[in-house]
Write a protein that binds this ligand. Structure first.
Ligand SMILES: Cc1cc2nc3c(=O)[nH]c(=O)nc-3n(C[C@H](O)[C@H](O)[C@H](O)COP(=O)(O)OP(=O)(O)OC[C@H]3O[C@@H](n4cnc5c(N)ncnc54)[C@H](O)[C@@H]3O)c2cc1C
Length: 593
């Protein structure tokens, strides 16, 4: 059985001290959420992840999925785990209580999501997509659609998917061609979608596809896209399952990782049109789908955190056991954890994971405050901050996950490259995260183009001011955190200068945004991560003085110091690359590559 106690301790610390959970709990919507409930949910989630999901992770990787007679087959163990997942009430923990959900804060749900991803990310994708579909339906569906579909989605009896991608329409959805013909109070959908995660499977009784398609009179481009709910099986008036709808899985992709997650080509309307229902307004489907996409973007960041953490835990165990070489002051051969270079990798993994976790959970807490606050001004503030953080959570945390999981392989040496240790699977499973839900380049362009430029840098500036507030307590902490204080201040200066540079230079260079966006995203993510670790170290020093858990708290201080010395200096490189602009990137003709 996988031991989740170490990450659980870190998750609790993050929730209690780094994301403003005290304020979340005070929101009227969450007035019944108490410390005991949170603790019970986290403990039970850890048990489920380690006892049910982790044991079938390797099996799913080896067995994979297939299409037989127009139906996707998954390992029987996955269907069994899904039944247990639903029986445990896990699909609905943050769901709307009006439709059978438990209404817990998203800040707690992300911690559970991290455990599902850490133990079995291929499985986790299925309920996660359902959650995204639920949110989109809740925000944009008619009362009738909600009454028919929400409760069964929230219970997990039915599962959801998101159907955007087509062969010619990936990052650029403007060229999407799936069509929707009105027929009475519904629509007939035709077209082919590719890469649809959990697009078909036998684990749930019905599958509810959220599909982007064009109405006959729709304008071209993204302004002519509408969103439709298309069930796998039609639903009778009494809510029971009816006849099959006109859609089917054509094939599943053979891919590098997440082997047990069926990535489907789906055909809609082979026999004339799959029956669907409009969600939201005509031609405003992309905006409605963004509700689901933003949900999934944070979810993908959390997948990165989970995989990075699993890889770290496994690598620490291996490094403690594997004996190779000698070390100064030691008699005989030593375990590799004794070598500074192995420690460099382990500490990079752990500090990036802790920083990413804090970024994701903080984003979730901002969403809780934005969605459930009763003060409009505060809600708007937290929504703007969550909007800023979402592409960072998705892209920075998944880049961190790749770095962590590749270190995980390296710590294992040759044993990391062979499959039996399982550590290669974490890397293979993590490798999709920077690609799907909008590639990390698309996230970075969104961050710079929409979140930084649109308000003239105001949201970033407000966040920088908040982050600078940690300087005074760091100064009070004296020598223990002096390096953290100076590295964070330097990182914040680089962030301010880079923001100012982009805000001014962008007007003169139409290529600038795309040229600098990725480095800007890495810069701001690295700084936010450093800020969170610094705050963690401050809390730890206070708790140490009060006689808290010495080993755990000392590790918080060391993690902030290590990150300040070894990771935050990257900010100088990102900033230099940003200031270099687009010059050399655009210097070669396409033929000259
Ligand atoms: C395993 C898997 C699961 C998936 N699940 C789903 C799903 O459930 N539902 C769904 O609808 N889709 C899904 N997708 C599709 C996924 O979201 C797309 O693959 C992704 O958005 C990228 O699109 P693309 O593959 O067409 O790449 P492209 O858009 O062709 O991009 C190729 C490269 O060009 C870059 N690029 C493209 N445009 C720009 C630009 N304007 N500026 C800078 N760089 C650019 C990209 O960053 C990338 O590096 C999944 C894909 C995979 C592989």
């Amino acid at each position: 059985m996988t031991d989740y106690q170490a990450p659980l301790k870190q998750m609790r610390f993050t929730i209690e001290h780094l994301v403003g959970f005290e304020d979340v709990k005070k929101l009227p919507h969450f007035d019944t959420v108490d410390a005991d409930t949170v603790e019970a949910v986290l403990e039970e989630a850890a048990k489920f992840a380690s006892g049910v999901l982790a044991p079938i992770n390797w099996l799913g990787d080896q067995q994979g999925v297939s299409v037989v007679n127009d139906a996707v087959q998954v390992p029987a163990e996955f269907a069994d785990a899904y039944t247990k997942f639903c029986e445990g009430g896990w699909p609905g923990i943050a769901g709307d209580p009006d439709f059978g959900g438990q209404g817990l804060p998203k800040t707690i749900a992300v911690a559970c999501d991290e455990m599902w991803a850490a133990s079995n990310v291929a499985f986790a994708l299925c309920p996660e997509l359902s959650q995204g579909a639920i949110l989109a339906m809740d925000r944009h569906g008619t009362d009738e659609l909600k009454a028919t579909y929400l409760e069964k989605l929230i219970s997990g009896q039915w599962a959801g998917t998101m159907c955007l991608t087509e062969p010619q329409a990936g990052s650029d959805l403007s060229s999407l061609t799936s069509r929707a013909e009105p027929k009475g109070d519904r629509y007939l959908i035709t077209g082919q979608k590719i890469y649809i995660t959990w697009g078909d499977h036998p684990m749930a009784e019905n599958i509810i596809h959220l599909v982007l398609a064009r109405l006959p009179d729709a304008p071209p481009g993204t302004k002519g896209i509408s969103l439709f709910l298309v069930p796998k099986f039609k639903v009778n008036a009494d809510g029971s399952i009816g006849e099959p709808n006109d859609n089917r899985p054509v094939s599943v992709e053979h891919k590098m990782g997440i082997h047990a997650s069926p990535t489907c080509v789906l055909a809609f309307g082979d026999k004339g049109g799959a029956e669907g229902f409009l969600v939201g307004k005509p031609n405003e489907g992309l905006a409605a789908m963004f509700t689901m996409m933003n949900y999934m973007r944070l979810g993908v960041g959390v997948q990165g955190v989970g995989l990075a953490d699993r890889s770290y835990q496994k690598s620490v165990s291996y490094a403690r056991e594997r004996v190779q070489g000698r070390a100064p002051g030691e008699k005989g051969r030593v375990a590799i954890i004794r070598h500074p270079d192995v420690r460099r990798m382990l500490l990079t993994m752990r500090s990036l994971t802790q920083a990413s976790r804090a970024v994701c959970y903080y984003t979730a807490a901002c969403l809780d405050r934005a969605n459930h606050g009763d003060d409009a001004e505060a809600s708007a503030f937290y929504q703007a901050r969550a909007d800023l953080l979402t592409p960072i959570a998705k892209a920075w945390c998944t880049e961190a996950a790749l770095e962590a999981t590749t270190h995980g392989i390296q710590v294992h040496g040759g044993m990391g490259y062979v499959e039996e240790t399982g550590v290669a699977q974490f890397y293979r499973d993590a490798r999709i995260a920077p690609i799907y839900e909008g590639t990390n380049a698309i996230q970075a362009i969104d961050l710079v183009g929409r979140k930084l430029l649109r308000d003239g840098g105001a949201t970033v500036s407000a966040f920088v001011s908040d982050m600078r507030a940690v300087d005074a307590p760091l100064a009070n902490a004296g020598d223990a955190l002096a390096v953290v204080r100076s590295a964070l201040a330097r990182g914040l200066d680089e962030l301010v200068q880079s923001s100012t540079y982009i805000l001014t230079a962008e007007k003169k260079d139409p290529e600038l945004i795309s040229a600098v966006a990725f480095n800007y995203l890495m810069l701001i993510g690295t700084v936010i991560g450093g800020w969170q670790l610094a705050r963690g170290a401050l809390v730890a020093i206070e708790q140490l003085a009060a006689g808290g858990d010495k080993a755990f708290l000392e590790a918080q201080v060391v993690m902030a110091r290590f990150y300040a010395e070894q990771v935050l200096p990257r900010c100088t490189g990102y900033a230099a690359a940003i200031r270099a602009g687009s010059g050399s990137m655009m210097a070669l003709s396409a033929e000259n590559f």
